[in-house]
Design a protein around this ligand. Structure first.
Ligand SMILES: [Zn+2]
Length: 335
């Protein structure tokens, strides 16, 4: 199976996230991808592809030129060692009145969790390119491909970055796959993909189905409830399956079964799996209790769809387990 990756992200290491009024160590570290790459390196099933063509994802078509240009402008002015947290104000539209590009940048986020660095824009582009290169492989006839973008993407919405995510890699891949027909995004990251939901909320050509910890207990707090079912012609094409903290395999399996039924009913031509490994019991952020072996069972259940599948890496923060999780997931997907 073809694997898509861009090494630019190894130089991308924000020091802090901002949470509950304090700076905390940033969990999306370069070691995450290193652990996954080391695990799949010696496995003949995984064929590393050359780096994707620069700016092939064209994120401005999805995120809007204002957002993309603002990120490019602000990152271009940051010092090499600078970590910039956007200024927040409400209503957010007030921020666009500012003469300062940095202040205007606050319009394009929904929380203060994620800083920008000088290299954020270029790294975000490379991550997006990685995911769309994976989508391209499916368009060219591959049945299964793996994209390993960093940073992750599912918290990035139409006009906002948040939750360690800058551009929405999986959403960009889904849009590219739209050339095949209807596409489903199945999101099994511990967190609700509020960005993916935002992007496709009023569309009926992309189904978004997410299993995640309920917003009463976990980030992003402001989205992910069962009642959010899509709008306009997209009504019924957004399915949230929130689960309580502490969820273990039995309840997770039942919810995944429900999620897969929604995918089958939608009858897509391809599926994008937003694959997060922060459902693991050991994860320092996640609150579920899955074991590494459960990734194989998740893979086997998803393989039962019998559809072309692009796996896009999202979260997962227990670094030493990530490679093992990826191998188990693909054990299930391939068998
Ligand atoms: Zn997550």
């Amino acid at each position: 199976m073809k694997v898509f990756y861009h090494s630019l992200e190894q130089n991308y290491a924000p020091r802090h996230s901002f949470f509950n009024g304090v700076l905390v160590p940033y969990p999306d570290v370069p070691g995450r991808t290193r652990n996954i790459l080391a695990a799949i390196e010696g496995d003949a099933r995984f064929e590393m592809q050359p780096p994707p063509a620069p700016h092939s994802a064209a994120p401005e078509a999805l995120h809007g030129p204002g957002f993309v240009e603002a990120m490019e402008a602000v990152c271009g002015r940051l010092r090499e060692d600078e970590q910039f947290f956007p200024f927040l104000a409400r209503p957010a539209a007030l921020l666009l009145k500012s003469a300062y590009p940095r202040i205007r940048m606050g319009y394009y986020t929904v929380d203060g969790s994620t800083p920008l660095l000088a290299q954020s824009y270029q790294v975000a582009l490379a991550a997006a390119d990685t995911a769309t290169a994976g989508a391209q492989a499916l368009l060219e006839g591959e049945r299964l491909a793996y994209a390993i973008p960093r940073p992750p993407g599912h918290h990035a919405g139409r006009e906002f970055f948040a939750g360690y995510c800058l551009f929405n890699n999986a959403a960009l891949a889904a849009v590219r796959l739209g050339e095949m027909g209807k596409v489903a995004i199945l999101d099994v990251d511990f967190h609700h993909g509020n960005g993916s939901q935002d992007i496709f909320y009023d569309r009926d050509d992309v189904l978004y189905v997410s299993l995640h910890c309920r917003p009463e207990e976990a980030y992003p707090y402001i989205a992910g409830s069962r009642e959010e079912g899509g709008a306009g012609k997209g009504r019924g094409c957004n399915v949230n399956l929130p689960l309580p903290a502490g969820t273990a395999w039995e309840d997770y399996e039942a919810a995944l079964q429900t999620a897969l039924e929604h995918v089958r009913r939608f009858a897509p031509q391809a599926v994008v799996l937003s694959a997060g490994f922060d459902t693991l019991a050991q994860d320092p952020i996640g609150l579920f209790s899955l074991e590494i072996d459960h990734m194989q069972r998740i893979g086997r259940m998803i393989a039962g769809l019998g559809l072309p599948l692009l796996v896009v890496q999202e979260g997962g923060y227990h670094v030493p387990s990530l490679g093992a999780c990826a191998l188990k997931l693909f054990d299930g997907l391939i068998q």
